[in-house]
Ligand binder design. Structure first.
Ligand code: CDP
Length: 245
């Protein structure tokens, strides 16, 4: 079976060159390989690497830290609009891809906690939170060429990106990858509960009203079960060479 398929380009609106965002949009469900692939593609092409999931996680962690009721949409939205999130190159060599600062405090590993995993989809379903973070994402792309990972980058934030990729893998493969990552960080893991939590998060992300996880029109779909990371990276790099001059 061909694991890499290209969706028909449904509506390509001609734009003058300076209006086209210089973005490779990589979307997909939890643990589909976005960060590993995205980082490698960015390094190969000399693009900035930007993981928007870290922003949603940062707002969630900040809300938990400030004891904001996560069901209080108004309060969580106000926090998303005011909190200062910085994503910068790694400040510590401990396997991190980047350092995340919330109001100047390093929260990089806190973003990966089970508590954030369990609550981030509630926070990211709020339209006001999404509007605040999408604005910042659009600002980042004005600074230069960027590989941006998320759930709605190709559908909502940059629908006109020259290259959109939807990375996918079966739930079992994704749960095994996530469990392995957690084990490598010394966390005790039970595969069945990792799988259950991931399926629940995917369901909320795919069924929310605002910017649900969807395959963007014109996206290249990559099914990564059984594919080596390098094969996926090569394919995306080749497409980028065709589409970015
Ligand atoms: O690493 P993983 O794929 O598990 O998750 P992530 O990319 O860090 O994203 C964490 C959560 O943030 C997702 O489950 C979504 O709820 C939310 N998210 C989003 O709504 N939109 C984005 N562009 C990125 C993440």
């Amino acid at each position: 079976m061909n694991q890499i398929t290209e969706f028909p380009r449904l509506h390509t609106v001609p734009m003058s060159n300076h209006e086209v965002p210089q973005v490779i949009a990589i979307d997909g469900p939890a643990a589909s390989g976005k960060s590993t692939v995205g980082e490698a593609v960015a390094r190969r092409l000399g693009f900035l690497y930007f993981d928007t999931g870290a922003m949603y996680r940062a707002v969630t962690l900040a809300a938990i830290g400030r004891k904001i009721n996560l069901g209080d949409e108004t309060a969580v939205t106000a926090l998303a609009e005011s909190v200062h999130i910085d994503i910068v190159p790694p400040t510590v060599e401990d396997g991190r891809q980047y350092t995340v600062l919330v109001d100047q405090v390093d929260v990089t590993w806190g973003l990966r906690s089970a508590e954030v995993d369990a609550n981030v989809s509630t926070v990211s379903a709020y339209p006001g939170v999404r509007a605040a973070l999408s604005r910042q994402q659009r600002r980042v792309a004005k600074t230069g060429r960027v590989v941006m990972m998320g759930r709605d980058i190709g559908t909502v934030v940059f629908p006109e990106a020259p290259l959109k990729v939807y990375l996918n893998a079966s739930a079992e493969v994704r749960a095994r990858r996530r469990a392995q990552e957690l084990a490598e960080r010394g966390q005790s893991v039970d595969l069945a509960s990792v799988l259950a939590a991931m399926i629940e998060r995917d369901a909320i992300d795919s069924n929310r009203e605002t910017a649900p996880l969807r395959i963007a029109s014109g996206a290249v779909i990559v099914e990564t079960d059984g594919l080596a990371i390098d094969e996926v990276v090569e394919r995306i790099v080749a497409l980028a060479h065709e589409r970015f001059q």
